[in-house]
Design a protein around this ligand. Structure first.
Ligand code: 3H9
Length: 706
């Protein structure tokens, strides 16, 4: 990137009586040091220039200002600070007007709030999303917003981090006017001239009075405090936000600003900020797979889905929701009717919740068609197969697709572990075959593993990424291996959990420790939810090929033999009295575990929660290092995004590889070597981890490599 200066990124031009200040700092006009300097200089210039009677701030390109420059966080601060810039804007002796189009987020909205008047055009996105980065608005946002729109609305905006449109912003009083056209510059200039014509005064948000009903404001803050304590489990910044808004209610503006600054710096220093900002950049980096740089996606106007079971139907719903037509193939009329019913059930659920009308449902389903003949897929641009997990069955489906699909159609399998190279090699057009591994429920879960077999052509990979974009999924590129990225890691950390269970930790303690770490659920509760029979079937299928020397914990098999498959059968690792969804510990399960310990000759010992997590995370990180080492994942960040989007890894920890970097790789390696004393076969340190530690490097150093 060529060096910039403040004069390049913030230009000013006198247009009659108006000093037009334009922020032009691609890609999103983030408030880098140069932009801050440029803004400050512009306001100084306006105050000094007799010819300028007002200032209009606009953004060049697609946005007003996306916020502070996130890449600067964690580095030494460069003056002027954004709070100082905002205060200087507010102190300007001439009216300052912000004309907003596109994003005015975080610090971007704070700049607008420091201006004296605000206008936004259609398509504008306003918000204070700092909470999603582990922060709070740190340039006056927690003090000016409640003064302008009241405590309750401000708390809602800042705690949710949601983006709002111009209409809602106007209704809330966050802006003064909505521009008729989409042209922020023209609308802004017209507005400034109107204000000048009526000699509109400088009007500072710090003096706004929406907090004048002190009792109501305090009540809103108390309610937000209570709800936040319950909802924002484990998160650092939300309660700091409430504290800052309480200061806005109770203290003079300048005192409130001081507290906001103090709390903001605490958030900046927190590991959660580092984790969340890593997640922010990682989820953008995963979109840049090598093939997406060089190849153009193929057409994606009609999609076929083979199989109408839970997965096929979920995929069909995801495709329908993206506005695309779907052709579903099933083997007979009854199965097709069931597939259609699965699809309808999703929309009926939305209708029952009042989130969809019957007319909308009908309009969506008009894009669905079904057939029992593969010939109906003759014109499909992309077909996703979601049939039974069996190589023979899948190959038979692909033989049919090979026969009927038009040349250039992309042929995708939703397998979660089968050898896609073998599927591709079984037909005449291997270059068109790719893996699209959806996660259940496929219409909801955000992760899409794009599994890239050896012979696939680059434009097919690019097409898969394009599909992910249309479906609003987060794609991660993965190589072919048993389990790809996500399920391969899952198998290993589950094995670590099983071993701890047999060695003395109860499944309830393990689940509680994993939940306290920040996962929504522990591994045993997840098994109960998904159905224990699924893993059991896989274990039986793999029994013959399992390494006879590897430790095999049989506890889950004992439960399955009793028909205890989890929630759906009323008991699994937990008991679910009368269909209850939140299970309770089951003493009979504990007795079975005891018996298994005896059978295996294990003397149970105690684990602390910390020990449990050290083992769980060491297993996860080590296998993550293996998939990077083997090229299954492009970079450590691809592992992070997989776990964040498909496996409930707490976002504020950034993903397992980021977590490992924060803990320090030598500590993780030392743990693995310690655990290896008990089970050297399971705890084999990944060559990549060993190498990084030897070089004093970390996973982050590999993230640029993709
Ligand atoms: C804050 O403001 C704190 C203050 O309260 C206090 C300070 C004292 N900085 O998303 P895209 C990059 S916290 C640096 O693909 P879109 C992004 O990485 C901030 N870089 O585009 C990507 O780079 P690359 C509060 C940023 O059109 C490129 O821009 N603000 C920033 O889909 C394009 O991004 C936010 O949290 C940034 N702030 O969406 C808003 N933002 O091309 C964060 C983006 O190298 N940003 N980049 O991969 C967004 O939500 C979206 O980017 C936005 C555009 C909606 C603006």
């Amino acid at each position: 990137m060529p060096p910039t200066s403040s004069a390049d990124v913030v230009t000013r031009e006198l247009r009659g009586k108006v000093l037009l200040v334009t922020i032009d700092h691609a890609p999103v006009n983030a408030l880098s040091a140069d932009v801050r300097r440029g803004l400050l200089a512009a306001i100084e210039a306006a105050d000094a220039d007799h010819a300028a009677e007002a200032v209009l701030i606009v953004g060049a390109g697609r946005n007003f200002i996306a916020g502070a420059d996130i890449r600067e966080f964690g580095k030494p601060p460069v003056p002027p600070s954004l709070p100082d810039v905002c205060n200087r804007i507010e102190a300007c002796t001439k009216p300052v007007i912000a004309a907003i189009h596109g994003a005015a987020l975080g610090g971007g909205l704070e700049v607008a709030l420091a201006a004296h008047y605000r206008l936004a055009v259609e398509g504008a996105k306003l918000g204070l999303p700092e909470v999603q980065l582990g922060l709070l608005p740190g340039a006056g946002g927690t003090q000016r917003t409640p003064r302008l729109i009241g405590a309750q609305a401000a708390l809602d905006l800042i705690l949710s981090g949601r983006h709002i449109g111009a209409k809602e912003a106007l209704a809330l009083g966050l802006i003064d006017r909505m521009g008729e056209s989409g042209d922020a510059l023209a609308e802004g200039l017209a507005y400034v001239h109107e204000l000048l014509a009526v000699h509109a005064p400088v009007r500072r948000t710090r003096d706004a009075t929406a907090l004048s009903d002190r009792a109501a404001s305090l009540a809103a803050a108390a309610k937000a405090r209570e709800e936040t304590a319950k909802k924002s489990r484990g998160l650092f910044s939300p309660l700091k936000i409430v504290e800052a808004v309480e200061a806005a209610i109770e203290q003079p503006f300048d005192e409130g600003l001081k507290l906001e600054r103090k709390l903001f710096l605490q958030c900046i220093d927190s590991p959660q900020r580092a984790g969340l900002i890593h997640a922010f950049f990682a989820e953008r980096e995963v979109l840049k797979a090598p093939e997406t740089r060089d190849a153009k996606p193929r057409a994606l106007d009609s999609i076929g889905v083979v199989g109408g079971g839970t997965m096929g139907a979920g995929i069909a719903v995801a495709v329908l929701d993206a506005g695309l037509p779907v052709t579903m193939i099933e083997r007979d009329d009854a199965s097709l009717a069931r597939g259609r019913a699965h699809v309808e059930k999703v929309y009926d659920g939305l209708i029952a919740k009042g989130r969809l009308t019957a007319e909308k449902k009908a309009a969506i389903l008009a894009r669905w068609s079904g057939s029992t003949s593969y010939d109906a897929l003759a014109h499909a641009d992309l077909v996703i197969e979601a049939v039974f997990e069996d190589l023979g069955v899948k190959k038979a489906v692909f033989a049919e697709l090979d026969r009927v699909c038009k040349p250039g159609a992309v042929l995708a399998t939703n397998t979660s572990y089968l050898d896609i190279d073998a599927i591709a090699a079984s037909i005449s057009r291997a270059a068109d075959v790719i893996g699209l591994h959806f996660f259940s429920p496929a219409n909801i879960m955000k992760l899409l593993e794009v599994v890239v077999p050896r012979q696939v052509s680059a434009d097919v990979v690019a097409t898969a990424f394009e599909l992910a974009k249309k479906l609003r999924k987060t794609p991660v590129r993965a190589g072919v291996c048993d389990g790809f990225i996500g399920n391969r890691l899952l198998a290993v950390y589950r094995a670590a959990a099983d071993a701890m269970m047999e060695d003395g930790a109860s499944p309830y303690q393990i689940d509680a420790a994993v939940r306290a770490f920040g996962f929504p659920m522990g591994p045993f509760r997840v098994i109960d939810l998904a159905g224990g029979d699924i893993g059991w079937a896989t274990r039986k299928r793999r029994a013959a090929t399992r390494n006879p020397n590897a430790r095999y914990v049989q506890i889950a098999d004992r439960l399955c033999e009793r028909g205890w498959f989890g929630q759906k059968t009323g008991r699994g690792f937990y008991l679910y009295p009368e269909g209850s969804r939140s299970g309770v510990p089951d003493p009979e399960v504990e007795a079975i575990i005891d018996a298994e310990r005896q059978r295996a000759g294990v003397t149970p010992r105690n684990f602390t929660d910390e020990e449990i997590m050290r083992r769980y995370m060491a297993a996860l990180v080590n296998e993550g290092a293996n998939v990077v080492h083997e090229g299954i994942a492009l970079r450590p960040l691809d592992v992070d995004v997989t776990l964040l989007y498909g496996y409930g890894f707490p976002r504020y920890r950034g993903g397992p590889m980021k977590y490992a970097d924060m803990v320090g790789l030598p500590a993780i390696l030392a743990d693995i070597r310690e655990f290896a004393k008990e089970d050297p076969l399971f705890w084999q340190a990944s060559p990549l981890l060993v190498d990084l530690v030897a070089r004093g490097a970390d996973f982050a150093s590999l993230n640029q490599a993709g």
